[in-house]
Design a protein around this ligand. Sequence first.
Ligand SMILES: *[C@@H]1O[C@H](CO)[C@@H](O)[C@H](O)[C@H]1NC(C)=O
Ligand SMILES: *[C@@H]1O[C@H](CO)[C@@H](O)[C@H](O)[C@H]1NC(C)=O
Ligand SMILES: *[C@@H]1O[C@H](CO)[C@@H](O)[C@H](O)[C@H]1NC(C)=O
Ligand SMILES: *[C@@H]1O[C@H](CO)[C@@H](O)[C@H](O)[C@H]1NC(C)=O
Length: 420
Amino acid sequence: MVFPNLMNSRVLILCVLVLATRNYQACAFRNYKTWTPSNPNNPKHDETSFRGLCADSITTQGYKCQEFEVITKDGYILSIQRIPEGRSELSSNVTKKETVVIQHGIMMDGSSWFMNSPSQNLPMILADDGFDVWITNTRGSKYSRNHTSLDPSNEKYWDWSWDELVSDEMPAIIDFVFNQTGQKINYLGHSLGTLVALVSLSEGNWINQVKSVALLSPIAYLKNMKTKLGVMSANYVYGKKFTPRDITEFDPKGQRVLDFVDGICNHYGLNCNNLFSALTGENCCLDEAAFVRFMKVEPQPTSNKNVIHIAHIFLSDSLAKFDYGRPHLNRFHYGQPKPPIYDLSNIPNDIPIFMSYGGHDALSDPVDVNKLLSIHFQNHDKGKLSVQFIEEYAHADYMMAVNANELVYKNVSSFFKQKF
Ligand SMILES: *[C@@H]1O[C@H](CO)[C@@H](O)[C@H](O)[C@H]1NC(C)=O
Ligand SMILES: *[C@@H]1O[C@H](CO)[C@@H](O)[C@H](O)[C@H]1NC(C)=O
Ligand SMILES: *[C@@H]1O[C@H](CO)[C@@H](O)[C@H](O)[C@H]1NC(C)=O
Ligand SMILES: *[C@@H]1O[C@H](CO)[C@@H](O)[C@H](O)[C@H]1NC(C)=O
């Protein structure tokens, strides 16, 4: 759950060293330090300057890129980017193309996909492979902090959890992309982006708009997550009554969160020197230079309520709307004393789904993924469910492993091209 004090430079250095050593053994860094992003318009790469993801990470690599604003029902102004074609295409005929929407995980943003070279990162690989690619940025993250009436410094801005990502944010994105392209969408989610997809499908959203769904590091059950820090943080939430004071920003680089993590580490005697691995599992195949770039821009802020709601998944071993902790408050929000349950058995059996999960993933544990599969996908139409298991992969490998193209993205691309 808590990515934080990675940002402390002492910790970062240790972390990179530990990762590098492990990676070297496990994966031999195939493309070790061979690529540095060119950034001609912004040589100093001033992190406070705001230019949009297209200018920061995409056009610099020779791709066309368009920025759009999508306004959600609850007023958030999201920035989303489109890579309409690959680098080698001469004329665009985008209306004919298959559309892909790429949704990152918690405390990430769209830029988390661009740490590696164009031949190694998912959006550019899909664009070069003929897809019309759309990249999302969740509310509260760097490129999506505006709102029609609220400022992020106002606590009310942070009154949401993944419930609202399902009910307000994702429908706005899917409607917008569907209207722009006139094509049914292939959705790809990583981590929390998979939970949003599974719950959206179970709520009957996306019918007639989404053609197929790819889930990398799927999350629906968390009971077996191995990350000690996550488990401790969740246990810390346990038994605490939710109060309006908990409606606030969760900024993993902010002092409040750093103090919280230090407190947890000290209190439980955890060795928090290698937090990144402690949190995501031992990633086999990251490039050290890409990881350093990653640490410059991630992790991104989310809402405290979102983090608490994820802790609830772990603590209750079930998927329900946000639990306000008191019957009268739940009654106020839902008309019943307990929050309504999301029933993943309602996911249509004929929706094409590709899932890939890793043996070393500390968040999306194989036991939990197998539980998801055995409880909710037993009766899924044969031929509409494709499951891949990669023993050596952990959580972040799906986002930026140097061999993710060979192992995962090629399969995703051919899955999205299927006619079903
Ligand atoms: C673009 O696609 C449409 C619909 O398939 C087709 O009729 C048209 O000829 C294409 N245009 C170009 C320039 O390829
Ligand atoms: C944020 O949104 C408001 C309302 O639409 C708009 O007036 C303002 O210019 C936006 N601010 C930025 C920094 O884009
Ligand atoms: C998409 O089109 C539908 C039907 O024309 C319209 O109701 C809806 O508001 C549009 N959504 C967006 C986000 O433009
Ligand atoms: C992934 O691709 C490889 C190589 O093409 C293939 O052998 C394998 O069956 C694919 N796996 C899935 C789950 O699609």
